[in-house]
Write a protein that binds this ligand. Structure first.
Ligand code: PNS
Length: 165
């Protein structure tokens, strides 16, 4: 059984993420989507909220399950019998960031990382931009699954006029 990990912050999950997860599932016997903590990012949703949204978003995908990653990614892989990490690449900026993590993870544990080019359709979509557009009142429905659209609408907007707090 070859199991791959698709790790990320998923704050929130987008159609770009879901495309990579579905493609990973076509290459491996089983995919674990790991919701990790990125120490360098301020999250909008709690890890539990992100896991719940992802579970709903991947409910129709066979052999895919969602788990939180509480500590180191490589320890999670070791304890779950995971042999490879799969990540999507949108651009050369992603490449530089992902390459560094892939090399660190390989040095720590020997685990391999497989990069999949993001579908061109979603190459400009990021969780950061989705959060930004949504909090400023833009429509993000086309970029995210329904469960995320509903969650972002519940959060509302933080539109302010100049001088207002
Ligand atoms: O979507 P992101 O923010 O690129 O995901 C980054 C994530 C969560 C995969 C990364 O920060 C991670 O692996 N976190 C778990 C802790 C860890 O192992 N950090 C060292 C990575 S080399």
């Amino acid at each position: 059984m070859r199991t791959a990990l698709c790790p990320g912050s998923f704050d929130p999950v987008t159609h770009g993420h879901l495309d990579v997860i579905a493609r990973a599932a076509s290459l491996f016997d089983e995919v674990v989507v790991g919701v990790g903590i990125n120490a360098g990012k301020n999250a909008m949703f709690t890890p539990a909220e992100r896991v719940d949204m992802l579970r709903e978003a991947v409910a129709g995908m066979e052999r895919v399950r969602v788990e939180p990653i509480d500590g180191l990614l490589v320890e999670f892989c070791r304890s779950h019998g995971i042999g490879a990490v799969v990540k999507g690449l949108r651009s050369s900026t992603d490449f530089d960031y992902e390459m560094q993590m892939a090399q660190m993870n390989r040095q720590l544990s020997g685990i391999e990382t497989v990069f999949l080019p993001t579908a061109a359709q979603w190459a400009f979509v990021s969780s950061t931009l989705v959060r930004q557009v949504s909090t400023l009142g833009g429509d993000i429905e086309q970029f995210v699954p329904d469960v995320v659209t509903q969650a972002l609408r519940r959060r509302g907007t933080t539109l302010t006029t100049e001088g207002e707090r």
